[in-house]
Write a protein that binds this ligand. Structure first.
Ligand SMILES: Nc1ncnc2c1ncn2[C@@H]1O[C@H](COP(=O)(O)OP(=O)(O)OP(=O)(O)O)[C@@H](O)[C@H]1O
Ligand SMILES: Nc1nc2c(ncn2[C@@H]2O[C@H](COP(=O)(O)O)[C@@H](O)[C@H]2O)c(=O)[nH]1
Length: 206
């Protein structure tokens, strides 16, 4: 009997599109997903906690982890490093758990190279004006950082064709329900493939 591995789901998209909001709402709803907590060198925002929102590391510590090949992917995003600890993801997938990553676009494309069996979901804003309002109204970034993130967003949106699914985040509830449907349909797809594979093995053994 072959042990079923978990599925890696990657939610990505430009800053301010609502990835964190969609992920939090998804995890409020019943699910079996394991969330991979990222590492970053950026400063903690008010209310954020070590080991809940991120693992906060110095630049030297982060660069040491890169050298030791401890990250599944990493990216320098608007002057800070962000990365996914490799060991947690690999252990969970091997143990049959689905893992959920919420990361920016450069990192998601690296995961796609290293983990082609993953499922890649791009969250798209209804418009660039709406994206700007969301980042500005969130009030967590300086004017300069907002501009840098919006410039990055234009380039990131051009890469959405590399993803398996595109979900427009016009309404949070609707976007989360779409992500849930994607997760469900990927499971059904894999169950179907596993059944077909089992049948083929039975025929081959006759
Ligand atoms: N569908 C939506 N409609 C209106 N506002 C939204 C929607 N989704 C998210 N927001 C708001 O947009 C802002 C940015 O959302 P959020 O922080 O989740 O984005 P993000 O993609 O995780 O950003 P970052 O990549 O910078 O961490 C928040 O203030 C959030 O409340
Ligand atoms: N490539 C990665 N990107 C990540 C990771 N964790 C978070 N992120 C993304 O970075 C930006 C900025 O995040 P913020 O918390 O400073 O607003 C955002 O798009 C996150 O999704 C990661 O491990 N790897």
């Amino acid at each position: 009997m072959i042990k079923e591995k978990g599925i890696l789901f990657v939610l990505s998209g430009p800053s301010g599109v609502g990835k964190g909001t969609v992920r939090k709402e998804l995890f409020e709803r019943k699910n079996e997903l394991k969330y991979s907590i990222s590492m970053t060198t950026r400063d903690k925002r008010p209310g954020e906690q070590e080991g809940v929102d991120y693992f906060y590391r110095t630049r030297d510590e982060f660069e040491h982890l890169i050298k030791q090949n401890k990250l599944l992917e990493y990216a320098k995003y608007v002057n800070n490093y962000y990365g996914t600890p490799k060991e947690y993801v690999e252990k969970m997938i091997e143990a049959g758990h689905d893992v959920f990553l919420e990361i920016e676009v450069q990192g998601a494309l690296q995961v796609k190279e290293n983990f082609p069996g993953g499922v890649f979901i791009f969250l798209l804003p209804p418009s660039l004006d709406e994206l700007r309002s969301r980042i500005v109204n969130r009030g967590t970034e300086s004017e300069k950082v907002v501009l840098n993130r919006l410039n990055a967003a234009r380039e990131e949106i051009e890469l959405m064709d590399a993803y398996d699914y595109v979900v427009v985040n016009d309404d949070i509830d609707r976007a989360v329900t779409k992500v849930q449907s994607i997760i469900q349909s990927e499971h059904l797809k894999r169950e179907r493939v596993a059944k077909q594979y089992k049948k083929l093995l039975e025929v081959a053994e006759r």
